[in-house]
Design a protein around this ligand. Structure first.
Ligand code: FES
Length: 187
């Protein structure tokens, strides 16, 4: 990716774009997690709401967080892990600032989604489910997003990119970073 884009990426990161889960988990969030557990621990079926609030607090559900939830709610760690990995709304790994969804539905696949996916993997340096080193992009595959006439489709958060070609990927990512750098600069 062009160096000017790298510079803008760095600027964004210094403005708070880094994932909440990178680095050591600060103790004050564990204190808050303790309060959340205390608030819910006598409720029936409290595990999912507690995990939901924990994920909002930490950005994901790393092992330390799962352990505290298990201890606090007096449930086996395996149960916490099972729930955290069963529901797609939970994530064990930190996600990037933006989610890049490549549609891998039939219409998109026929029109070349696999090549777009390869270009994204190469550009971001990750596999499906991975997050770029700078913490900005998480790459995901999704099934039909309901825009088959625009196939192949790539969606970055709420922005839909239509009829994408592999050679467009670099530009699309750069534009997304640039547009958000401008917003960050304006605010
Ligand atoms: S298959 Fe991709 S939008 Fe329908």
């Amino acid at each position: 990716m062009a160096s000017s884009v790298e510079a803008k990426r760095s600027k964004l990161e210094s403005k708070g774009g880094e994932c909440k889960c990178h680095g050591k988990l600060p103790d004050d969030r564990f204190a808050k997690l303790h309060d959340i557990i205390e608030e819910h621990k006598d409720e029936r079926g409290s595990l999912i709401p507690v995990l939901h609030e924990a994920q909002q607090l930490f950005g994901c559900l790393p092992e330390d967080v799962q352990k505290q939830v298990a201890k606090g709610l007096d449930v086996p760690e395996s149960e916490v892990y099972g729930v955290a990995t069963f529901y797609s709304l939970f994530s064990l790994k930190p996600k990037g600032r933006w989610i890049v969804n490549v549609c891998l539905g039939t219409a998109c696949y026929v029109k070349g989604a696999a090549d777009c996916l390869e270009a994204l993997k190469k550009e971001l340096g990750v596999d499906l489910g991975g997050t770029s080193k700078d913490g900005l992009f998480t790459l995901q595959g999704v099934r039909c997003v309901g825009a088959c006439a625009l196939a192949p489709v790539v969606v970055i958060d709420d922005t839909v990119y239509a009829k994408v070609k592999p050679e467009d990927i670099k530009r699309i990512l750069a534009e997304h970073v640039e547009a958000n750098a401008k917003e960050a600069h304006a605010s």
